[in-house]
Write a protein that binds this ligand. Sequence first.
Ligand code: PLP
Ligand code: ZN
Length: 406
Amino acid sequence: MNFVTHLECANCGAHYPKDKPHQLCTSCQKPLWVKYDLAALKKNFTKKELIGRPPTIWRYLEMLPIEKPECIVSLVETITPILETKRLAAHFGVEHLFVKDESRLPTGSFKARGQALAISKAKEFGITKVAVPTAGNAGGAMAAYAARAGMEAWVFMPQDTPVINQKECWLAGAHTFLVNGLITDCGRIVGEGRKEKGWFDISTLKEPYRIEGKKTMGLELAEQFDWELPDVILYPTGGGTGLIGMWKAFAELEALGWLKSPKKPKMISCQSTGCAPIADAFAKGERFAKKFENAATVASGIRVPAAVGDFMIIDAVRESGGVALATPEADIPKWMKLANAQEGIALCPETAVCYGALEVLLKQGVIKPKDRILVFNTGAAQKYPEAVQEKLQHVDCTKPIEWGKI
Ligand SMILES: Cc1ncc(COP(=O)(O)O)c(C=O)c1O
Ligand SMILES: [Zn+2]
């Protein structure tokens, strides 16, 4: 059973019917929300329904926009574990520090959630050709789900996107192109290709369903914390779907009466000083962000100089009492190494930025040592060999081992 009523522009409030594919609002070119009949959902969907359902994102089916379950395109989107990180907690001097490890998902990042929903909905609508501009992981995930669905996929990425992202797209059969520009330039190409080649545009927030997939992060963590949300969530922000999706999840869970307390987490939108449009807009008290010039960061997933959902990210952060902030680009390898070496969890460079933010916000008193703090590991460290420049030592096995040097 599906409880979607309609789609609604996040900016001007225009309504759109649910039975057709949509991109941005046709009057103001801003993203659309998927709206549910929450009163009907509350009557028909209770926590008890979850008992015995498999541990995948589809256990929340009634809260998702699926009309035809037979069209679901899945690679088994597992519930990702939340690990307590006691060594890191000791390092930061806090009591409760957790990581939700999204690297366990198909294609090694949280992007699988959004693409599972976007491609499933595209299949429902009979769409056969999909295209996406990508910072890397969204392209890899879209290519995989399109392959699984038997769709034609077109992926455009900056030419300096991590090589593993380039290859995973090609391997999954996507027409993969390297562009001598940034993700915003790739987005323009995909936009033109919609008209020229008849592609459906799967860009972040330019279709309404990826965000519903990301919403499952919020649903899941609420269930994992027994419906008592953590005090703080640190999230690496590029296009912002993850953060916006989680905030939507919390609002919907509240409307269903599933949360034990109305207190919601402070949402911390974390960026690098190498690309910080949201942090800059937040600091200036603005709602719409200026394009960030000369964006450059080793955390490729958050190299998004202009986000179409900027106001949605900033609204969520403000409503939550959180902040958006950037920490030094140069510190990313340090945080990445610390977090990986302390805990053995394969934390990506995007997540490294969150630890920089945690240090600053603890000093500022925005985050308290007793808070329950959740950091999102959005992807697998293994996908970023370029982010680790360390040269390893060699051992010459043809000669006696010089133990003094080992
Ligand atoms: C590993 C990783 N983390 C974070 C992000 C940013 O995601 P969002 O669009 O939800 O802000 C991306 C986007 O590509 C990513 O690949
Ligand atoms: Zn609009």
